[in-house]
Design a protein around this ligand. Structure first.
Ligand SMILES: Nc1ncnc2c1ncn2[C@@H]1O[C@H](COP(=O)(O)OP(=O)(O)OP(=O)(O)O)[C@@H](O)[C@H]1O
Length: 422
């Protein structure tokens, strides 16, 4: 049934759901639109609505062919009692799938296709970075593929949204915001997120499009974060040398060593002619030694409730929200013990399987395991902290100069909270 959003818009049917809310196909004064309606509990948070209102200008100001434009922000009382309010972002409607769905269908993309998509997104990022805006959650789910007149355009969506939602209610110190597989090492180390974090995440996406898996993903979020800081990406067999060198440079642990977005876009475009006609890389999934399995059963104890702190428990990545989607939005993972996290007897070192060998049956390589969701870890994080010693210490309270305020988290979404350095 059609529903009114503010006085100008109507929603018709669900296009997709994420951790922050539901995206609807809608209608506005100028035709069809996509309307992202924030989850009820988020919309009820007056501070959050104020933050959105405050950033209205930044949210609506980004215009580029490779960025999904936000056309309007609606903050409306839902009923006469004024007890409920709606917060909705009205966006351009994108007709094609998101890159996650495309990759799940294709499994791996041919180098030329992968590079074309990533170069386009880098173009969009260059404009955002020039405006002082860091995305902070670049991942395949946030890249939409439009199909105007038979062509295809990649567009980055969700600028600034994750960060606004994840800010703490009352300021002060927060945690880390992001999706572990795409999280730059400097964020894990507690440094403020600058533009280079988006480059790291985007080139992680490029690696994933070529390989079918991310360079440091798999297993518990704490283990993924550890790899982000300590491991180097394994070279993909058969990858053209110049492309690999570019990837390596942008996955550098030191942010200053990475290319800037505009340069990344132009260097990738230069490679395109040589990539024409190359098939997808012929490689297998990475083998992980005794990888902690992804637990798909119902949650038995929630992080932060005291049930999962010391032992093995499942933690929902998005706490306190009911899954309301056909598409999985909640990933559950077992909390590994200290030895596993420390990479000891059950460590998570990975090797990439040579072509032709049988595939690993690890649950983390299933389609659902590939869905990267932003996470909340609280009690589980204490286990991580104990296991990882002093190097994985996060503060996240310093100011980032991304034009959208302070980087932080309130524990609802996308937040890994670890103790501060002693
Ligand atoms: N402008 C749009 N036009 C068409 N479809 C869209 C648009 N924006 C989002 N969608 C669809 O809605 C889905 C959910 O988007 P949303 O941004 O809420 O979640 P997400 O990015 O997948 O996850 P999360 O917010 O948890 O990181 C997208 O994956 C996409 O399929």
């Amino acid at each position: 049934m059609a529903r009114n959003i503010g006085s100008h818009y109507t929603t018709h049917r669900v296009l997709g759901r994420g951790s922050a809310g539901t995206v609807w196909l809608g209608e506005g004064p100028d035709g069809p639109v996509a309307i992202k309606l924030l989850r009820e509990d988020l919309a009820a948070d007056r501070d959050l609505a104020e933050r959105f209102a405050h950033e209205r200008h930044a949210l609506l100001g980004l215009e580029h062919p490779n960025i999904v434009a936000v056309r309007d922000l609606v903050i409306a009382e839902q009923d006469e009692t004024r007890e409920h309010q709606e917060v909705a972002l009205v966006m351009d409607l994108v007709r094609g799938p998101d890159l996650r769905r495309h990759l799940e269908r294709e499994r791996r993309l041919a180098p030329r296709e992968a590079v074309e998509i990533v170069a386009a997104v880098a173009n969009g990022l260059a404009v955002a970075h020039a405006a002082g805006i860091v995305h902070r959650d670049v991942k395949p789910e946030n890249i939409l593929l439009d199909t105007p007149e038979g062509g295809r355009v990649a567009l980055l969506t969700d600028f600034g949204v994750a960060k606004l939602i994840d800010e703490p209610r009352h300021g002060g110190k927060g945690g880390v915001v992001g999706t572990p597989d795409y999280l730059a090492p400097e964020i894990v180390e507690g440094l403020p997120p600058r533009a280079a974090v988006d480059i790291y995440a985007l080139v992680t996406v490029l690696y994933e499009l070529l390989a079918g898996f991310t360079p440091f993903g798999g297993g518990h979020p704490g283990a993924v974060l550890r790899r982000q800081v300590t491991e180097t990406a394994a070279e993909l067999p058969g990858i053209p040398r110049e492309l690999w060198e570019l990837i390596q440079q942008c996955l550098a642990k030191a942010p200053a060593s990475r290319l800037r977005a505009a340069e990344l876009a132009s260097r990738l475009r230069e490679l395109l002619p040589d990539l024409a006609g190359l098939p997808p890389l012929d490689i297998g999934d990475p083998e992980a030694a005794a990888e902690p399995a992804v637990v798909e059963e119902p949650v038995v104890a929630m992080a932060g409730t005291g049930g999962g702190g010391g032992g093995r428990a499942a933690v929902p990545l998005v706490r306190g929200t009911a899954p309301d989607s056909e598409r999985e939005t909640h990933t559950r993972m077992r909390v590994p013990d200290a030895e596993e996290l420390a990479g000891g007897a059950h460590g998570t070192a990975r090797t990439i399987r040579p072509a032709g060998e049988p595939r690993a049956g690890s649950a983390r390589h299933t389609a659902s395991a590939r869905r990267r969701r932003r996470l909340t870890v609280t009690a589980a994080a204490l286990v991580c902290a104990a296991a990882l010693g002093g190097w994985l210490l996060l503060s996240g309270g310093d100011s980032g100069d991304d034009g959208l305020g302070e980087p932080a988290g309130d524990g609802r979404l996308a937040t890994v909270e670890l103790p501060e350095p002693a």
